[in-house]
Design a protein around this ligand. Structure first.
Ligand code: ADP
Length: 406
């Protein structure tokens, strides 16, 4: 390599060197000399220790290099102020300098400008520190969140226990009240005037409402504490739907609503808990009736679901429908859509929450389609029972089964 090329490389890499004699006096300098020392004055003939104050105190090490006892000495991240006021970072290396015979005649003092790397390193260290700070902050927040969560869970459990105890206590006196109401209405204690009957029927309706609410509250606490147990058995779904329709007849009568039941022929049995399946379908039918005006149409269809291995029950009405903005919240606890509030139908907003939980416990799905002012259809699916059962659903699956209740 010729000298100008070597100079170019040294300049480009920001490397400079100085050679000293055995007394550490500088005898030659080359490369990017501006990074060698602070002073611009000539350095030839001057002591390396004067020119590089960082070496003061390391004289013994330098002597060991001169004696051939140490191969090198390095100082890293030495910072200097440039004449322009910038900070630069240097790596200083001192090596033995030998003549052609191999004798150590002095030192070669190498200086490399590593400012770029230093800046990156400094930035990295800073970012590492910031990350460490963030991590500590996150860990602290995590701890706080865990504590807050535990507290919330404790409060939630307390609330569930309270609701459960309160609902039980409320329900207990309702049983005798309801029994005596029935006996009074059956005139077991003597004949009733029309006026008395009318008033007693109002009381009876309200007792039933209270019972529904307390039962719903008990269901919610059972669901939330995982205490709902299903007795899964093969069941004839169209027959269950018919039984629910018969049970809800009295609710539809005063509103003169027409109910149509349809079932596909030859449906296999569903695997469900009969009581809970009736509760699910009953809730959907009750809602269809509550949120459909006088003289409305309601239909229930049982058919194979699109999803293989499932049966689907759909309950359609031509009632008030559900506003689009309320639809995502429909299955939330205590949620009631604006349209429902306008109908003045009573309710606590727990039915669909409970229904969804019960459907999902059956491994089924629940969803709905609704158009405000036109009506709604609620769909639920139940798995098909894979073993055959004794009953025949064919005699129930007249297509369509229609019962008009006016
Ligand atoms: P509740 O009927 O006691 O208010 P639900 O949980 O059964 O509570 O239903 C939640 C809300 O969903 C109702 O308040 C009503 O706004 C809406 N909803 C449910 N079914 C229907 C339906 N068939 N038509 C219109 N709105 C409905």
């Amino acid at each position: 390599m010729n000298l100008p090329v070597a100079q170019l490389i040294l300049q480009d890499r920001k490397i400079a060197y100085a050679i000293t004699d055995r007394n550490l006096n500088v005898v030659e300098v080359s490369g990017a000399v501006n990074i060698l020392w602070n002073s611009r004055q000539t350095s030839l003939g001057r002591s390396l220790l004067d020119l590089v104050p960082e070496l003061v105190g390391s004289e013994a090490v330098l002597a060991a290099i001169l004696a051939g006892e140490l191969p090198r000495f390095e100082l890293a991240w030495v910072n200097r102020e440039t004449a322009e006021g910038h900070t630069i970072y240097l790596t200083l290396v001192d090596l033995p300098y030998r003549d052609q015979t191999g004798r150590i005649t002095g030192l070669i003092h190498l200086v490399e400008d590593v400012t770029e790397m230093g800046t990156i390193d400094q930035r990295l260290a800073q970012q590492r520190n910031e990350l460490r700070l963030l991590r500590d902050q996150l860990a602290r927040q995590n701890l706080e969140l865990t504590a807050a969560n535990a507290e919330l869970q404790r409060l939630d459990e307390m609330k569930s226990t309270f609701v459960s105890v309160a609902a039980h206590e409320l329900r207990t006196p309702l049983a005798p009240i309801s029994g005596y109401m029935e006996m009074l209405l059956d005139e077991d204690f003597g004949p009733l005037t029309d006026d008395q009957r009318e008033r007693l029927e109002i009381v009876e309706r309200n007792v039933r409402r209270l019972l529904t609410i307390t039962n719903s509250l008990l269901d919610v606490t059972r669901i939330e504490t995982g205490r709902v147990e299903l007795l899964l058995q093969p069941a004839d779904l169209p027959a269950l739907v018919e039984a629910v329709a018969a049970e809800f007849g009295p609710q539809l009568e005063p509103k003169a609503q027409r109910l149509t039941l349809r079932a596909s022929p030859g449906l296999p049995p569903a695997l469900c808990d009969e009581t809970r399946a009736m509760q699910i379908i009953g809730n959907l039918l009750s809602n269809a009736s509550k949120y459909t005006p006088q003289g409305g149409l309601i239909s229930i269809t049982v058919a194979p679901a699109e999803e293989e291995g499932f049966l689907q029950v759909s309950v359609t009405d031509n009632g008030v429908g559900i506003p689009a903005e309320d639809q995502p919240k429909l299955f939330n606890r205590f949620f009631r859509a604006k349209s429902a509030v306008l109908t003045r139908a009573s309710g606590a907003g727990l039915g669909l929450y409970i229904t969804r939980a019960l459907v999902e416990l059956h491994d089924g799905r629940i969803w709905f389609e609704s158009e405000p002012g036109k009506g709604s259809t609620f769909y639920v699916t139940f798995p098909v029972a894979d073993r055959p059962v004794a009953f025949s659903s064919s005699d129930l699956s007249v297509n369509p089964i229609s019962c008009n209740r006016q």
